[in-house]
Design a protein around this ligand. Structure first.
Ligand code: 5GP
Length: 128
């Protein structure tokens, strides 16, 4: 079954300019903006402008040029936010949630960049 992109999702509306956002970086194929409910002092969402539902959709189907643009944008954001260990920062966590079990709220692929404090354990211990 193919990935089913929903044009009504909130990030599609942001990309169409229908909803405002706090942009930190825009490139040809990528947009990075602040999360509306930040979970850390620095919480930036990096999204491709193309219509990809999840990380695996993007990884499988995006042209190399878009993937390269996205990855370089991530690096630029970590520098701009003062998080990159290569530029004297203290590091960050990059998270992407996919689908039901990944507890993805917005069905347009996005990478969360979280930093500015120690982020804590990777995942909570789950119980059935
Ligand atoms: P997910 O759970 O899909 O990985 O994360 C979705 C993220 O999008 C959440 O952290 C949520 O706070 C953020 N978000 C939802 N709606 C908006 C919005 O309208 N603007 C911005 N900037 N972030 C949003």
């Amino acid at each position: 079954m193919a990935y089913d992109y929903d044009d009504a999702n909130i990030f599609a509306k942001i990309l169409r300019g229908e909803i405002p956002n706090d942009t930190v970086l825009e490139t040809e194929h990528t947009l990075a903006f602040r999360d509306i409910q930040p979970k850390a002092p620095s919480h930036v969402l990096v999204i491709p402008k193309g219509k990809y539902v999840t990380f695996d959709d993007f990884a499988e189907n995006a042209p190399a040029e878009e993937i390269m643009d996205f990855m370089r944008a991530v690096a630029q954001v970590t520098k701009q936010e003062g998080l990159s260990t290569g530029s004297g920062g203290h590091g960050f966590r990059a998270i992407t949630n996919a689908g039901n079990d990944g507890v993805q709220e917005v069905p347009h692929f996005h990478l969360h960049i979280l930093g500015g404090r120690v982020i804590g354990p990777m995942v909570m211990q789950l119980r059935d």
